[in-house]
Design a protein around this ligand. Structure first.
Ligand code: ADP
Length: 471
C-alpha cells in the first residue's frame, strides 16, 4: 500500500487534547498506517535568510512529523502577507480587504518552492500526497518541477469564490496552472465546485472529460466536493469530560432564569459578528419579552491580531456590546457576555449544551464546524436550535437548521425569536435530522472519500451522471 504524506501549513501532534479536527482526522490515518506529516514548524527564526529554513524530523508513534522553520521575511510575506491578507479575504469574497502586494506574492512562491525542495528529499516513488489549504496552492507545481510524479491531491478548507472574484486576483492565470499540477482538487461545497469548474473552463479552456475530470495544460485533474465533518465521538467524549460537566453545571446555575444564546468563533471579519450583535439588539428592541432573559454569550478567540482589519472588528464589537449592555442591561442582567479569549474545546462542549440557540451566522465560511459541534452535543430530548447563515458551507448539508441571511439584521432577529419560541416537538424533529447528517458525514467519511479519489478510485455517482449525459 502507498504511504500517505500529508502537507499542511501547520502540523499538529494528534496525541494532544488541543489537536483539533484536521489533526484528529489525518492523525488517525497516519497513526494506524504510518506515513509522513510535513509543514511549517510554527517557529520564526530572525537570523535566517529568506527562502531558507531548517528541517526537523520527529517520530510520533508510527509516523514522522517533518517541519521547517521560516525566516522572519518569509513568515511575514508568505503567511501574514499573501496567505492571510490576499488569498484569505479574496476567497471570502472580500476584495475590498485584500492587499495584493508584489513582495508578498514573491514570498508566497519562495516558501512553496522551499517546502517542495525539503519535502522532495523525503519522498518515495509510490507515496500519495495530500496537500491542505490556500497557503500551499503552488506546492504540487513546485514538486512537479523537481520531477515528482506521485499522485498529489489538494483540499481547500475555505470557500472558493465565483470566477469574476478569482479573476481579480493579480496573476490568477498562474493560480490555475498551479491547480492543474494536482491530480485531485477538493472543495467543501457543490457551490464552490461550480465556481471552480466555471473558472477553469472560462479561464483555462479546460476540457470536460466526463464525470468529474477536466483537462488543461496537458494534465488531467479530478474536481469534486468533499464536505468536511467533525469527529462526533471525539467531541461527545469531550462533552463528558470533567471541564465540560463543570462548565455546564456553572452556567446552568448562573443562568437558571435566563435563556442562553451562544456564538463561538475566531474573531474574523468573515464570521459576521457585528451583524450578529445588531440582530441581537433588534431582538431586544422588537421583542421585549426577551429583556431580563435572553443572554448572548459570544466567545471570540483572538487571531491574526497584527492584521489591521482584525483590529477594526475588535473595536466595533467592543463598542456594540458596550452599547447593548448600556441600553438594555439591568443590575442583575447583562444581555451580552463578550469574551475575547480562546476557550478549551472541552469547555465549549459544556457551553453548547446549555444553549437554547446557537448563532452561527458568518457572512461567508468554508464549512463552519462550530455548527456541527453544537448539533453533536445537544440533549436529543431537549435540544437547542441552530440558527445558521445560508452563506456557511454547512448550510448545504444542514437544511433543517433555521437558515438566515446575516446581512438582513431585522429578519435574523425574527428568526432568532422563532428559535427561542420553537415548540419541543419541532426542536426534536429538526435536531434528529441534523444529528443524523452530522454523524453520517463525519470527518472519517470525508477523509475516506478524499483518499479514495486520490488513490484513483472512480466516483460512481459522477461517472453514472456522465454516462447518462453522454448517452
Ligand atoms: P474556522 O476554521 O474558520 O475557525 P470552524 O467553525 O470551521 O471555523 O472551526 C473552528 C474550530 O475552532 C472549531 O473546532 C471550534 O470549536 C474551534 N473554536 C472556534 N472558536 C473558538 C474559541 N473562541 N475558543 C476555542 N475554540 C474555538
Amino acid at each position: 500500500m502507498s504511504r500517505l504524506v500529508v502537507v499542511s501549513n501547520r502540523v499538529g501532534d494528534p496525541r494532544k487534547p488541543s489537536a483539533g479536527g484536521l489533526a484528529v482526522a489525518v492523525g488517525e490515518t497516519l497513526a494506524s498506517a504510518g506515513g509522513l506529516w510535513f509543514g511549517w514548524s510554527g517557529q520564526v527564526v530572525d537570523e535566517r535568510a529568506p527562502g531558507e529554513g531548517e528541517l526537523h524530523q520527529q517520530r510520533v508513534g508510527r509516523f514522522t512529523l517533518a517541519t521547517v522553520d521560516l525566516s522572519r521575511q518569509d513568515h511575514d510575506s508568505y503567511y501574514l502577507g499573501y496567505s492571510n491578507q490576499a488569498l484569505w479575504p479574496a476567497f471570502h469574497y472580500r476584495l475590498d480587504l485584500a492587499d495584493f502586494e508584489r513582495a508578498h506574492f514573491e514570498g508566497y512562491k519562495r516558501v512553496n518552492r522551499m517546502f517542495a525542495a525539503k519535502l522532495a528529499s523525503l519522498l518515495r516513488p509510490d507515496d500519495v500526497i495530500w496537500v491542505h489549504d490556500y497557503h500551499l496552492i503552488p506546492l504540487a507545481a513546485e514538486l512537479r518541477m523537481l520531477g515528482c510524479t506521485q499522485r498529489i491531491g489538494f483540499f481547500l478548507h475555505i470557500p472558493l469564490p465565483p470566477p469574476p472574484i478569482l479573476a481579480a486576483i493579480p496573476g490568477h492565470e498562474g493560480l490555475m496552472r498551479w491547480f492543474f499540477a494536482y491530480d485531485v482538487v477538493g472543495v467543501q461545497t457543490q457551490m464552490d465546485l461550480e465556481h471552480f469548474v466555471r473558472f477553469i473552463k472560462d479561464e483555462a479552456r479546460a476540457r470536460p472529460l466526463g464525470g468529474d475530470r477536466y483537462q488543461a495544460y496537458e494534465r488531467t485533474l479530478c474536481a469534486r466536493s468533499f464536505p468536511i465533518g467533525i469527529d462526533v465521538e471525539e467531541f461527545q467524549h469531550l462533552a463528558r469530560s470533567r471541564e465540560a460537566l463543570e462548565t455546564y453545571a456553572t452556567l446552568k446555575e448562573e443562568y437558571a432564569k435566563r435563556r442562553l444564546l451562544v456564538g463561538v468563533d475566531r474573531l474574523d471579519y468573515s464570521k459576521g459578528l457585528p451583524q450578529r450583535f445588531r440582530a441581537f439588539r433588534e431582538l431586544l428592541a422588537n421583542y421585549p419579552e426577551n429583556r431580563m432573559s435572553a443572554t448572548l454569550i459570544q466567545i471570540a478567540s483572538p487571531t491574526r491580531e497584527n492584521v489591521h482589519a482584525y483590529e477594526d472588528i475588535r473595536h466595533e464589537l467592543e463598542g456594540l456590546s458596550g452599547e447593548i449592555n448600556g441600553n438594555y442591561g439591568e443590575l442583575d442582567w447583562m444581555p451580552v457576555r463578550y469574551i475575547h479569549r480562546t476557550w478549551a474545546r472541552r469547555r465549549l462542549a459544556g457551553l453548547y449544551r446549555n444553549a437554547r440557540v446557537a448563532l452561527v451566522t458568518p457572512l461567508r465560511d468554508g464549512m463552519n464546524l462550530v455548527a456541527k459541534e453544537f448539533i453533536a452535543v445537544q440533549d436529543a430530548e431537549d435540544p437547542g436550535v441552530l440558527v445558521l447563515s445560508r452563506f456557511a458551507g454547512a448550510a448545504e448539508q444542514l437544511r433543517e437548521a433555521l437558515l438566515v441571511n446575516p446581512y438582513d439584521v431585522e429578519t435574523t432577529a425574527q428568526v432568532i425569536q422563532r428559535a427561542l419560541r420553537m415548540p419541543l416537538a419541532e426542536r426534536r424533529e429538526r435536531h434528529a435530522a441534523l444529528y443524523e447528517r452530522v454523524r453520517r458525514e463525519d470527518v472519517h467519511a470525508w477523509r475516506r472519500a478524499f483518499l479514495a479519489a486520490l488513490n484513483g478510485e472512480q466516483n460512481a455517482d459522477a461517472d453514472q451522471e456522465a454516462a447518462v449525459g453522454h448517452a
